[in-house]
Design a protein around this ligand. Structure first.
Ligand code: ZN
Length: 287
């Protein structure tokens, strides 16, 4: 834990800040937290209005991918960086809110899911402090994961977010993003009702679809990935874009191997997920 940060929570922490607040944002107006799990408000100027009043019914989880907490908070809360998130979850489990849930935070970038491409308008963005793949990619501490679960459960309840619409940044932007990555314990979240999960099918020897394959089987796989929500070409060609989507799928749902090769385990895990969606699960909620 970086020096200068100490454990403190409750309403006092808003008056006596325990977090270093980036200078550039010290004068922004504060707001009431949307979640009782929030210990600090650090307002970010980086947000707008949700398009056409779209109400959020999705949660997108990220890692910050930066060497330290202060740098990550400064980036998310300083004007001009054009990035933000509604929440930041620290390694010690404290939760900072930066943007009110009613507003459109700028966390997803170019992305798509289930036919929608303005993911920022339909989602709540949660940044989880973790240095990420470029800085050694440490394990997520248990108390941090417990905090993510508590935060997500509240949002799901208040916003009627279905479990299968709690996703990773890499799910909605597979060509650009790896976060929160293969070490993120989606199975633990699912044990608490957060996110959609089936036990991955075991990895066995056998035929696989891979980069370069052109076949009806590739098209069927692309259709299945699209039905689940992924933005994927529907051309029957196992091209680079398709491989990126398969890799993103594996990081989330079959993290024991994420090589972009669609083996039997990958395909049957995908089928099991589709089969266990709620009946209305594959359509975008009409809001
Ligand atoms: Zn991200």
């Amino acid at each position: 834990m970086p020096s200068g940060l100490s454990m403190q929570s409750g309403s006092d922490s808003k008056r006596h800040r325990v977090l270093p607040v980036p200078k550039a944002v010290a004068n922004l107006r504060t707001f009431e937290p949307d979640s009782s799990t929030v210990s600090d408000i650090i307002p970010s100027p980086n947000f707008g209005e949700r398009n056409k009043g779209r109400q959020p019914d999705m949660i997108v989880l990220h890692y910050t991918g930066m060497p330290d907490v202060e740098g990550a908070l400064a980036r998310l809360c300083t004007a001009g960086t054009e990035v933000s998130a509604h929440y930041v979850v620290l390694e010690d489990g404290r939760i900072v809110q930066c943007v009110p849930e009613a507003k459109r935070a700028w966390h997803a970038g170019v992305s798509s899911w289930a036919g929608e491409d303005d993911i920022n308008s339909c989602s709540i963005g949660i940044e989880i402090i973790n240095r990420g793949h470029d800085w050694g990619y440490p394990e997520y501490p248990l108390r941090q994961i417990a905090a993510v679960i508590a935060l997500c459960r509240g949002i799901m309840l208040r916003r009627k977010v279905p479990a299968h619409r709690v996703l990773g940044h890499s799910d909605v932007a597979p060509a650009r993003k790896k976060d929160p990555g293969e070490k993120f314990p989606w199975h633990s979240l699912a044990n608490s009702g957060v996110g959609h999960w089936v036990t991955p099918a075991p990895i066995v020897r056998g035929e696989s679809l891979m980069l370069g394959t052109i076949s009806d089987a590739v098209l069927s796989m692309q259709q299945a990935l699209a039905k689940y929500g992924y933005g994927v070409p529907l051309n029957g060609k196992y091209d680079a874009a398709t491989m990126e989507v398969v890799t993103a799928f594996q990081r989330h749902f079959r993290p024991a191997r994420f090589d972009g090769v669609a083996d039997h385990s990958t395909l049957s895990t995908l089928q099991a997920l589709l089969a266990s969606l709620p009946p209305e699960g594959t359509t975008v909620a009409s809001k």
